[in-house]
Design a binder for this molecule. Sequence first.
Ligand SMILES: [Zn+2]
Length: 324
Amino acid sequence: MTPENAAASKARVLPDYAPVPKSSLGPALNDKGYHVGRVEKNLYWVTDGVYQSAFLTTTDGVVLLDAPPTIGGNIQRAVDEIAAANGVSNKITHLIYSHHHADHVGASSLFDKNVTRIGHEETRRLLLRDNDPARPVPDEIFQDVRTLEIGGERIELAWRGSNHTPDNIFIHLPDHDTLMLIDIVNVRWAPFGIVNLSEDIPGYIEAPATALAYPWKHFIGGHLGRLGTRDDVVLHQQYMADIVDNVKSAITKVDYAPYAQRYGDNAWAAVKGYLDEITDMAAAPVIAKYTGVLAAADIYTASTTFWVMESLRLDLGLASWVHP
Ligand SMILES: [Zn+2]
């Protein structure tokens, strides 16, 4: 940072936010900066408090589910710790990609060339496009569903349409009562800005119902410090439904005319004022309802509401008007 930038950054006022509910925080991290815990039986999860990875120890080695770069070298440390405690192999033999994003699989290149990487065919296509040496393309791909049997353990991979990204998959571990679905539900937290940076908003909004149609008790969402329950997924679903309902109502109440009058031929100024008013009107009751329930509801609800509003307008044609 240059001295000028440092001074500018010092001069910025850092706002206060609502406190994070205790129920949104996970277990304390160890002195190396991670927590590893058992999900069920030989399935474990690792977190650095912001990202999550998981792994399954088997008689043939370890199957790793995602490799977030922020956890990075701590993934193998966590595997070593569990393998040593249980007297099983610490050798990672398989790495499953939830989707192509660098923040969830950008530590892939840390692992052996002999690790078998498995992902959706669209993940392979996107990684070939992105050409990032940190994310080797999957060696094995699938189209709709694929059941893996590794070391006597069952892992069901399914592509159920686009949601957060076009390639994001459902990872079901039926013998461990667990579903892993990344970047849809942040357990006990509001989605990160603009709907968890998602590309397909109808798909994103639908995904929790698809998740709940699977039988499971434990949910691995990929972010923050906690595992989830079915109630946590339902809570997120309610939050998104409230945003949709409030946008539908606000869009009928806001008048474009005063903005057009005020800004004349500066069309974007008028449109911005109009859409910001709808966004603020729709977001306010959601922020009030979920502050203290979902962490960061006061931080990111407005940008998520804006993007849901745009999806309702553009994907579903809400408030679309045809010139007579
Ligand atoms: Zn992502």
